[in-house]
Design a protein around this ligand. Sequence first.
Ligand code: JE8
Length: 245
Amino acid sequence: MNIDIVTIFPEYFAPLDLSLLGKARRGGLLDLHVHDLRGWTHDRHRTVDDTPYGGGPGMVMKPEPWGEALDAVVPSGTAARLIIPTPSGRPFTQALAAEYAAEPRLVFACGRYEGIDSRVAADAATRMPVDEVSLGDFVLAGGEVAVLVMVEAIARLLPGVLGNADSVADDSFAPGAMESLLEGPVYTKPPVWRDRPIPEILLSGHHGAIARWRRDEALRRTARVRPELLARLAPGDLDAHDREV
Ligand SMILES: CN1CCC[C@H](Cn2ccc3ccc(-c4n[nH]c(N)c4C#N)cc32)C1
């Protein structure tokens, strides 16, 4: 997969050289490039923003640098999906992360100030799919942190990036049986810590019983923390035992 990120704060993305993502980039699983939007300014002050038409607080990112940047990063005749983080976007979900992980090329546009002039998305949409996406109902100061989150959520789904492919299937919100359930508790050595033992079932070696216990714990935690997720389950997703948990 190819990912390009355009931002006025390239240094925000230094963490993408670390850990799993850094290893995926060095291993050739992920080709990721960060571009400084100011590289497409032409004035002495490298201006990327201006006052909003119609008045109002703050500044808006100018369309010209963005237009030139996206023309350079996605030349005509090449394909990419443009993702613009914004609090007014569609929710970013595990399902959307999986959809993006199947794309050959993603371009992320990181806005700042009050956002990017809306004509930029309209212009880009004439030659590539454009998604305006939100991480959730809260307000960040810009798109960079949102892109870090999305890139990690997407890249960990790429074949070979995670050490143990099984762990993706067990994710909360992963497609399939666990799709709408939260993960249950996890434990490791020592077997007793500060007088707290681990659940005995996990030492039993009975894999079927352990799987059942884990699903029960996932159902209990989901009912306690996110009951609305249970409402998303199809009637066939819960067996008779599930309904008794
Ligand atoms: C007061 N104004 C309101 C509009 C947005 C301004 C800051 N900003 C500029 C660019 C930008 C990009 C994303 C986000 C953002 N915030 N919350 C989320 N879930 C996001 C996501 N994805 C925020 C952003 C602040």
